[in-house]
Design a binder for this molecule. Structure first.
Ligand code: MG
Length: 401
């Protein structure tokens, strides 16, 4: 069995709210579509993925999704321009996969990011067993009504009714021929199972997954995030989505004229100050770099260039606050910050509690998640000669916490 996938993500996603189409909006640490592609790629033996995007969405893919994909996954993806309707989009995706000579194909909605490995396994088992088509579904358990003018006009029997999900899986040549025929006949079917059945292909129902939801409305984002977080926390189910990161930072500033040194947001009285473009707070600079490092988003110099007059004499809490906000924007909780100040003098101990409180305040953490400590270098090196102060920091971030 040589299996490939078509992921249909060409929609503009108006119902889900927000400015971006829903497949590009963040869900935890990554956009919806990055989750979906990862989940599809978890199908054992999967080859090429045709990703069908709407007009103008290729740039969004490169800016929002590609940075979150491994190089190995990105190498399997072929971007395909969608058509006027869903049927045309799937046809374009299938056509793009012909050179890979696949035997089977999974056709999946880009807006179903919570696809789990168990469901993929059930589909593959059905194909292995010789099914020409297989699709997941869940039996309807709620009562069904027909409504008119806001009132129940009738109730309908639910026996034998199923709620369809994706991926829907088919023998490749069968579904490609079926889609071509449907397109030629000008049909606009609801899904690929309808296309297959129209061509006389039997489709086996496999057990769906209640968690394999399709993001449609704004509240679906929170539900999908819960599903992904639950899965991350349950051993053996899907550990791949646990994203815990540690970033490190280091900074040095030389002593210059002054009567205090800004250290971790506190003005510490001293016979000299620290020299620098901003207030030269080595502690906050190292922490800012630790956060940016955990996010893999460059460093403090790139975010706040010393050449920019806006940062001249700036209070460094601005930098740390911006990095903490960026972490939250990216869907990370900051779980711990640790900074070590390296100097002979001034003595840090008497100020460390105030420093922890100040860092906690700037970053929105509780002080028990902030550590400030100090060491000397036994009078060795620039710190030992009291030419300047160094700071070393680490930050721990957890996605979707
Ligand atoms: Mg600095």
């Amino acid at each position: 069995m040589k299996i490939v996938a078509v992921v249909v993500a060409a929609g503009s996603g108006q119902r889900a709210g927000g400015g971006l189409p829903k497949q590009f909006r963040p869900l935890g640490d990554r956009p919806v579509l990055a989750h979906t592609l990862d989940r599809v790629a978890a199908c054992p033996g999967l080859g090429r993925i045709a990703l069908v995007l709407g007009a103008g969405q290729e740039a969004l893919f490169h800016s929002h999704v590609r940075p979150h994909l491994s190089d190995a996954l990105a190498a399997t993806i072929r971007l395909v321009k969608g058509g006027a309707d869903r049927g045309a989009s799937v046809r374009a995706g299938l056509d793009a996969l012909v050179p890979d000579a696949p035997t089977h194909v999974l056709i999946h909605d880009g807006a179903r990011p919570c696809l789990g490995p168990d469901l993929l396994a059930r589909l593959c088992m059905a194909l292995d067993g010789g099914a020409r088509g297989a699709a997941p579904a869940l039996p309807v358990t709620d009562a069904l009504w027909y409504g008119q003018d806001g009132k129940v006009a009738d109730s309908r029997p639910r026996g034998g009714l199923w709620r369809a999900q994706t991926p829907q899986a088919f023998a490749f040549a069968d579904i490609r021929d079926a889609h071509r025929a449907a397109g030629a006949a000008g049909q606009s079917p609801a899904d690929d199972v309808e296309v297959a059945r129209g061509a006389g292909i039997d489709v086996t129902i496999v057990e769906g997954d209640e968690d394999n939801l399709k993001i449609t409305r704004p509240e679906d984002f929170a539900r999908a995030a819960r599903v992904l977080a639950d899965r991350a926390g349950s051993p053996g189910k899907d550990r791949a989505v646990v994203d815990v990161r540690t970033g490190t930072g280091f900074d040095v500033h030389a002593f210059g004229p002054g009567d205090h040194a800004m250290l971790c947001g506190i003005a510490v009285p001293h016979e000299r100050g620290l020299a620098g473009h901003s207030d030269a707070d080595v502690g906050l600079h190292a922490l800012t770099d630790a956060l940016l490092g955990a996010l893999a988003e460059g460093d403090i110099g790139q975010w706040f260039p010393p050449s920019d007059p806006r940062w001249k004499g700036a209070s460094s809490d601005i930098f740390l606050r911006a990095a903490a906000e960026r972490a939250r924007e990216r869907g990370f909780a900051i779980t711990h910050l640790d900074v070590t100040l390296i100097c002979e003098r001034p003595k840090i101990g008497p100020h460390s509690a105030a420093m922890r409180a100040r860092i906690a305040e700037i970053t929105g953490l509780s002080p028990d998640r902030v550590s400030v400590k100090a060491t000397t270098t036994e009078r060795l090196g620039f710190a030992g000669r009291e030419e300047g102060i160094a700071a070393l920091a680490s930050a721990t971030l957890v996605a979707g916490a």
